[in-house]
Design a protein. Structure first.
Length: 255
């Protein structure tokens, strides 16, 4: 092969190699299954990582994965795929042993995308119009393209909760990690038929620390149509729960 001037040329191809976590004599192995949160079908090519561990693995065509840890410990694994909402799993691993985690349901991102401007604010809804999010002027720190994806089942939440029966609904917002300069009003359709004025617990998922935070109290509107909650940031996922307190994850904090 020669270049245009007739000199010998070498063909080169660029490619990247994805390296999995190193397997050591004391490795434990986390096994899991990744599913489409809408259809329940196995989801291939989801990327699985763990806090504090170098490397990643991908789910196979059957949705299954095996992730090696360097040693015993409590690990927080993160499971993500472009176009889907990510999830996390906390797991206690014993050296040289296998451990399974609950199936991870990744929900397809809602196709609706709405621009919210600093000057005018904006009105966001999902494609099914089951939620509304109203921003007053001056609420966002910069113009944002906002997406709201409904998580209809507790199994779709970022981490399993201790009492799924208390789950009402949740919304995953993008972009993540944005603080507002003024509160926005989140409205979720009152599909459970709670009485007007009923108070509902609001929770905000803190994916950095893998825990639910208290997001304040939501209230059913006077006409009974909506559950309203004032929110001041996008930090991933807001959820509504029946009962008196915010739910907790089912496992221990990661190391």
């Amino acid at each position: 092969m020669r270049d245009r001037a007739g000199h010998p040329a070498v063909a080169m191809r660029q490619f990247s190699v994805q390296l999995g976590p190193a397997i050591t004599p004391t490795s434990g192995f986390i096994h899991g299954l990744v599913l489409d949160g809408h259809t329940g079908a196995p989801l291939a090519d989801a990327v699985i990582t763990a806090r504090g561990v170098t490397g990643s693995v991908r789910s196979g065509v059957d949705g299954r994965f095996q992730f090696p840890t360097p040693d015993s410990g409590i690990f927080l694994i993160e499971i993500a795929k472009a176009g889907f909402t990510p999830v996390q799993r906390q797991v206690t691993v014993t050296a040289t042993r296998d451990v399974a985690v609950e199936p991870a349901l990744l929900t397809p991102s809602d196709p609706a995308l709405t621009t919210v401007s600093v000057q005018a604010g904006g009105f966001v809804t999902d494609s099914s119009r089951r939620i509304e999010l109203e921003f007053p002027p001056g609420a966002v720190p910069r113009d944002l393209d906002v997406r709201a994806t409904i998580l209809s089942s507790a199994a779709q939440l970022p981490l399993p909760i201790t009492d799924p029966g208390r789950f009402i609904t949740a919304v995953y917002f993008e972009p993540r990690f944005v603080a507002f300069d003024r509160p926005a009003t989140l409205r979720v359709r009152n599909e459970r038929g709670f009485a007007p004025g009923t108070l509902i617990v609001g929770g905000l998922w803190d994916e950095v620390n893998a825990t639910w935070l208290d997001a304040g109290t939501a209230r059913v509107t006077a006409d009974g149509t909506w559950i309203e909650l004032a929110i001041v940031r996008f930090f991933c996922c807001y959820a509504l729960f029946g009962g008196a307190t915010v739910q907790s994850p089912t496992s221990e904090a990661p190391q």
